[in-house]
Design a protein. Structure first.
Length: 285
């Protein structure tokens, strides 16, 4: 395995020509690159930051074995790699002068690359997040349905979505560089946010879903304002979003949870989500 086995490009079309089939071959495990690449194609290359995204494929003997993407200034995101493959990538990126704030990948790959990057770049690394990827099995209501109803967010909800987007990012620390207004406009355009509202029409929670790509839909974000939590609103909204995703023909309905939050992990399992694999995030420096 040589560092030059990794092909790097800022050309999204060239990347997809090489990596598209590989990404579609495992849509659940590749849900993040699939949905991020779809967003870049639909909304332009600078939705996550002013710098051009960077893509990479590991191609040996005419077969793609691994993929990465990065939307600067954010962390590197990897598909599953062996220790040798992670080491070769770290060597290539360090030699090219890249500075990385962190890495996100399945648990084992993230640990392998973090160790390799620490050796190659001479920076410290620390694990900051543990996540679990879930796949929907049999959809089940998690308990008594709260009074109210679900509805798709529309243009009149734009200001609310912006506020809740920013509050969700603050709660989770998952700031991804997107402009909240542009995010809200995109979600409204394809019906990508469902609100749960009380009988008097007051929105009390939201649950979103990505567009269907390669047969998979990922539920995100799910948010309830702090003063309204514990009443079943988020669960009710997520059931409706999950049902709509299944009804749309999605073969796999997915979501991520923070393993440090037992409440959300318990809720999604009661709804019918089952573990697929664990992911991790490391920060560098």
């Amino acid at each position: 395995m040589r560092p030059d086995d990794w092909y790097l490009t800022q050309d999204l079309d060239a990347f997809l020509e090489r990596a598209g089939e590989f990404l579609r071959s495992r849509p659940a495990l590749h849900t993040v690159p699939l949905t991020v690449v779809d967003s870049l194609r639909r909304r332009g290359p600078h939705i996550y930051g002013p710098e051009a995204p960077l893509f990479g494929t590991l191609d040996t003997a005419g077969e793609v074995r691994g993929v990465f993407f990065r939307t600067p200034p954010h962390r590197l995101n990897l598909t599953s790699l062996t220790e040798e493959e992670a080491e070769a990538l770290a060597e290539r990126l360090a030699a090219d002068g890249h500075r990385l704030p962190g890495v996100a990948a399945d648990r084992d790959t993230a640990a392998l690359f973090a160790a390799a990057w620490q050796r190659r770049a001479g920076v410290e690394s620390r694990q900051t997040e543990r996540q679990r990827l879930y796949r929907l099995g049999e959809l089940t209501s998690p308990g008594p349905v709260p009074a109210g109803r679900a509805r798709i967010a529309v243009a009149a909800d734009r200001d609310l979505l912006i506020r809740w987007h920013d509050a969700f990012m603050d709660d989770t620390g998952a700031h991804n560089g997107q402009d909240a207004g542009a995010w809200a406009d995109s979600r409204i355009a394809y019906g990508g946010i469902t609100l749960w509202e009380t009988p008097d029409g007051t929105p009390v929670a939201m649950s979103g879903a990505t567009p269907q790509v390669a047969g998979q839909v990922r539920v995100a974000p799910v948010y309830t304002p702090p003063a309204l939590r514990g009443r079943g609103y988020a669960g009710a909204a997520t059931v409706e979003v999950s049902r709509a995703a299944q009804d749309s023909g999605a073969a796999e309905v997915l979501l991520f949870t923070d393993l440090a939050n037992p409440t959300s992990n318990g809720l999604y399992q009661r709804i019918g989500y089952r573990p697929v694999t664990d992911f991790a995030v490391y920060e560098f420096g």
